[in-house]
Design a protein around this ligand. Sequence first.
Ligand code: MF3
Ligand code: CO
Ligand code: CO
Length: 270
Amino acid sequence: MSITIKSASDIEGMRIACRLASEVLDYLEPFVKPGVTTNELDKLCHDYMVNVQQCIPAPLNYAPPGYAPYPKSICTSINHQVCHGIPSDRALKDGDVINVDITTIKDGWHGDTSRMFAVGKSVSIAAKRLCALTHEAMWHGIMQVKPGARLGDIGQAIQRFAEGNGLSVVREFCGHGIGLEFHEDPQVLHYGKAGTGELLRPGMVFTIEPMINAGKREIKDSGDGWTIITKDRSLSAQWEHTVVVTDVGFEVLTLSAGSPPIPPFAKAKS
Ligand code: MF3
Ligand code: CO
Ligand code: CO
C-alpha cells in the first residue's frame, strides 16, 4: 500500500467520522465508574454508534492477517494492559485507569481516537501522572505535524518527552494512516530520530497514539489473541488522535465538546 492524499471532500468525510468517534467517548465518560463491566461499556458504545450516530464500529469482526476476528465494538485496556483489551464481564474497580479506544466508520471514512479515564476516587498519583504525561506526549507529537516535517520528528518528540520524564515508549505498535481503510500507510512510530522518515505532505491523514509505560517498554501477549500487556506488569497509558496535515500545519480531527483541554504548550498553535 502507499500513502493516500485526501482531497478537501475526503477530509470533510474524515471530519465527520472523527468527530463521531470523539463524541462516543463524551457519551461514555459518565458511565466509566466503579462496578461497571467493560462489556457494559462495549454495549453502550455499540448501541450509541449504531442507533444514534448511525455509524459502524470498525473493531467488530476486524481481522487483520494473523488475527482472529475482533469480537467486540471497542477496545478497553485496563492498568497494565497496553492496548486492544477485549471487553468482558470484568467490573472496573475504584483506582483503575482504563483506555477506551473507539473507531467509527461513517460513509466509508474511519475516525480513530482513544482517551484514558480514571475510575473512582482512589487512582494513585503515579497513575494520574502517567495518564497526564502520555496525553502531553501525544500533543508533543502532534505539534510536529506540518508540511516538510518528517515522521521521525513526531517519533523523536514523543520519545524525548516520555523518556525525559522517566517513562518508556512501546515500540511494537504505532500510529497509522487512516481513511477508507482502518489501517493504511504510513506507520507512525512513537520513537525515532528527527529529520528521518517519510516527508509530510498536505492531505496526509494519520493517527498519533503513543503507548507509554511507567516501567520497562517490553510487552507481551496476554494469551487471548488480542490483549497486549506490559511484561513487567507496570501501568501503561495511551491517547490517540487522528490528524490531517494542512497547508500550514495540522488539524486534529478527533475533537469534540468533551475532549480534555489541549495542553498550554500546544494551545497557541492548534
Ligand atoms: N483502534 C486501534 C488503533 O488505534 C485498533 C484496534 S484493532 C481492534 O489502531 F481490532 F482491536 F479493534
Ligand atoms: Co489507531
Ligand atoms: Co484506536
